[in-house]
Design a binder for this molecule. Sequence first.
Ligand SMILES: *Cc1c(COP(=O)(O)O)cnc(C)c1O
Length: 236
Amino acid sequence: MAAIQERINNACKESNRNPDEVKLLLATKTVPAERIKIALQAGHTLIAENKVQELKEKYETLKGVPHTNHFIGHLQTNKIKEVLKYDVSCVQSLDRLDLAEKLHQRLQFENKTIEVLIQVNTSFEESKFGVSPDNAIELVEQVAQLETLKIKGLMTIGLFSAETQKVRKCFRLLNDIQQQIISLNIPNVDMQELSMGMSGDLETAIAEGATIVRVGTAIFGERIYPDSYYWNEQKA
Ligand SMILES: *Cc1c(COP(=O)(O)O)cnc(C)c1O
């Protein structure tokens, strides 16, 4: 974790940014709760799961240790009720209106609000979730009408490629969309967060304005499941 913080600090230096502007989020899918606990106790308290099932399994073990939970996986509408049981403060993967509407209905019923990021598919890959860049602004305008959902920014998964320029294009596109949304001054929309960059591409993301980098492998080691297990699910 110290090594990752060092990478973040160096990347900030390169682009004349203050490291305090970039939060390190630990992507904890497949990581046992006992290991996550060690990370939390070491002071890295922003974590996120991709599946409601894993959130549930680890909940009891992590309950007593102060931390903040985000959700970064594909959320099916039949899991809404469940995800709200486990103190998730932000759903970073809001990518469609029907999910937003159902989440809003449930939150109204529970008399709660939640933070959300709009997930945009900046790599144009079929396999990745996220609203298409062309429809992102419209989705933001629609979600802004649902008062239980507090829009805090945008999230994306960059292209998996060794060609930095192609990866950079994804992050730059997210930044462009953010700027367009800011200029529209939509009520109930805060655009402060850009969640982008992972183990392999966090430097590029920071150069393009990331405020949250989501790191798993570079901290916890390789996962046994391929990422397609998390990202290529049947769309609900
Ligand atoms: C797993 C995951 C990450 C972290 O990826 P690493 O390459 O392991 O750092 C980031 N974002 C999302 C949405 C993920 O599912």
